[in-house]
Unconditional design. Structure first.
Length: 116
């Protein structure tokens, strides 16, 4: 990330939010192997991570795509709130998250039904 004065303010803000979320998760005791459940969707090249400790539940969705891959958008339902995303469409009213190529979403709650 270059200086914000050189046009990277949006990227800088995104990473600042990411670091703040990670700090919050660590303080809640969520970032451990015991709280993590992961799932890999091979056909969609998508990793789904669920963290849970007590009443605290968080998720990460990361879609890894290369230029040769031609994937249709991946739509899933979520319970909670998407706090940070990139290359995603988020409809909080319906609880739908659509992840495009090289997209990621981080949030509170849980990702549920997956359609792609």
């Amino acid at each position: 990330i270059g200086p914000a004065a050189e046009g990277n303010a949006q990227t800088l803000a995104w990473y600042q939010k990411l670091i703040a979320l990670r700090k919050e998760w660590r303080e809640l005791g969520l970032v451990t192997a015991d709280t993590l459940h992961s799932h890999w969707l091979t056909d969609q090249q998508t990793a789904i991570l669920h963290y849970r400790s007590g009443n605290n539940e968080r998720f990460v969705v990361a879609r890894l795509s290369s230029r040769v891959m031609q994937h249709a958008p991946l739509t899933m339902r979520f319970d909670g709130e998407v706090e940070l995303s990139q290359n995603c469409d988020v409809d909080s009213a319906t609880g739908e998250l659509t992840v495009h190529e090289n997209g990621s979403a981080i949030g509170r709650g849980r990702v549920n039904t997956i359609r792609g």
